[in-house]
Write a protein that binds this ligand. Structure first.
Ligand code: PMP
Length: 305
């Protein structure tokens, strides 16, 4: 990804894509303390706009706070940086990646004495789990890896280090021919996908794990809460067992990258009819209306670039 044209915002400057480099002794590269966001801009009916920009920036600052990192920029500056990156790269719709890391002045576990840095990159990125997955649903495998316990790493931080767990789970599942992994928490209850929150539907009620299962407080998850309310559907946050997923009528993943992706199978057991369920389809369609600017109620979630 490094060898391409374009600009990356780095510590307040627009830098040529190929020159956006850091030193090999960067603290975050060695010890994994850093935080990032995944954000999407859509080519809406009113032009290119970033979806829930302020919420993503707020979560980035919260992640940094949890990790005891003080960012040398304000939230407004980081919002502006993201808008500028989309404009500068002339992207109509894209994925944005803000990332904060600890510098290279000093190594050793203690990061004290290092500077804190921030970059924002953006590039075109289609359906994370495939266009086909959005329509037909994906095949998921329960991971042999456990999701982080809430007091091992901090699960409400979108921390760089948390993703070694996601990588292991995703590689295991995809090596076995599945599309994505489902991780259970340290008590064996359903937590989340490698990069997605999970929802199941049973007898018209929607269920999702509460955040004590170690799942990230997803912004798409929250968007689905609003959609469900608009559709007159109940969402219950509770402990969910993996066999509850097997016998659910429908299931889906949510995430900025994954958007709303139906799950048609878990551990080779078909969920419901084994394809995208009718309630999932309604939620998915409401989601795409919102992000594409077709629902005026949520116009405030779209920031024009
Ligand atoms: N859980 C994990 C582990 C994730 O990486 C993501 C993607 N950021 C999510 C959940 C979904 O979060 P969001 O909807 O805010 O993208």
């Amino acid at each position: 990804m490094a060898d391409r044209d374009g600009k990356i915002w780095m510590d307040g400057q627009m830098v040529d894509w190929r020159d956006a480099k850091i030193h090999v002794l960067t603290h975050t590269l060695h010890y994994g303390c850093g935080a990032f966001e995944g954000v999407r801009a859509y080519n809406t009916v009113n032009g290119t706009a970033i979806f829930r920009l302020e919420d993503h920036t707020k979560r980035l600052f919260n992640s940094a706070k949890i990790l005891r990192m003080t960012l040398p920029f304000t939230q407004e500056e980081v919002n502006e940086a993201q808008k500028a990156v989309v404009r500068e790269n002339k992207l109509e719709s894209c994925y944005l990646r803000p990332l904060t890391w600890i510098g290279s002045q000093k190594l050793g576990v203690s990061p004290k004495g290092n500077t804190i840095h921030l970059m924002v990159a953006a590039w075109a990125w289609g359906a994370y789990l495939g266009e086909e997955g959005l329509k037909r649903g994906i095949r998921v495998k329960t991971s042999s890896y456990t999701r982080h316990h809430v007091n091992i790493t901090m699960t409400q931080a979108k921390a760089v280090s948390n993703y070694s767990n996601s990588i292991l789970a995703n590689m295991e599942a995809t090596d076995d021919g599945y599309d994505e992994a489902l991780l259970l928490d340290s008590s064996g209850f359903v937590s989340e996908g490698a990069g997605e929150n999970i929802f199941i539907i049973k007898d018209g009620v929607i269920y999702t794990p509460d955040l004590s299962a170690g799942a990230l407080n997803g912004i798409t998850r929250n968007t689905v809460f609003h959609i469900a309310q608009d559709l007159g559907l109940n969402i219950v946050q509770k402990r969910i067992t993996r066999d509850e997923v097997y016998i659910a009528d429908e299931a889906f993943f949510t995430g900025t990258a994954a958007e709303v992706t139906p799950i048609r199978e878990l551990d080779r057991i078909e969920i419901g009819s084994g394809s995208r369920g009718p309630i999932t389809e309604k939620i998915q369609s409401a989601f795409f209306d919102i992000v594409n600017g077709r629902n005026p109620k949520y116009a405030h979630w779209l920031t024009p670039v």
